[in-house]
Design a protein around this ligand. Sequence first.
Ligand SMILES: CC(=O)[C@@H](O)[C@H](O)COP(=O)(O)O
Length: 257
Amino acid sequence: MFELLGTTLPSRLLLGTAQYPSPAILADAVKASGTSVVTVSLRREMAGGRAGEKFWSLIRSLGVRILPNTAGCHSVKEAVTTAKMARDVFGTSWIKLEVIGNHDTLQPDVFGLVEAARILCEDGFDVFPYTTDDLVVAERLLEGGCKVLMPWCAPIGSALGPVNITALRSMRGHFPDVPLIVDAGLGRPSHAATVMELGFDAVLLNTAVAKAADPVGMARAFGKAVEAGREAFSSGMLEPRDVAVPSTPTIGRAVFS
Ligand SMILES: CC(=O)[C@@H](O)[C@H](O)COP(=O)(O)O
């Protein structure tokens, strides 16, 4: 169980809903993953006409919580307008805030992000900002009213996994009481387990599942990895050491001579 902004969630995995081979596979992947939160792009799906309507009813039928996102927004104005539309459409104050700053890397425009986050928080939104692992930007987002942060582990869709473990570890250490959800760039279940072992509260991913040869199997694998990583973190892992330490006790050893 995971307590997030006053809501109890059964799973620490949040799943994206884009790029699946078919709606049926998306539905099966969501179920197999065990997730209780899916993120949807209002802009992308609204552009789909009748297909968009079918998509919404499918998402609603899954019985999971919806975290609308502002994917595809490149300015503060676009992101704020999209967030307000999402609140009307879905009746939720939760918004995953993306303000993209670069077309090639899809990295967040952290200046626009801080500005948009402040506007939306003042308007009563619960803002989930997709940000970098920069501690100063994180501070600004918290000062602007964000109660949760979503640092990237690598660029969206790259599947690189945690490219800067030191920065992620430092972020966890600096903000021990802030819910931190690693978002974007995960490629394998082991990446999810790694960041959960660092003590992150949850992960959000999309491409690694949607584009897998078997999205349903991959969704299940990520669900297990997130749980395993969290349980390992909670169970107290050994620190690595440079010297060998025998794992077999010597007391009581049989004497042969
Ligand atoms: C779906 C969504 O919100 C993405 O923008 C998100 O950041 C996931 O990234 P990956 O597709 O790399 O998992």
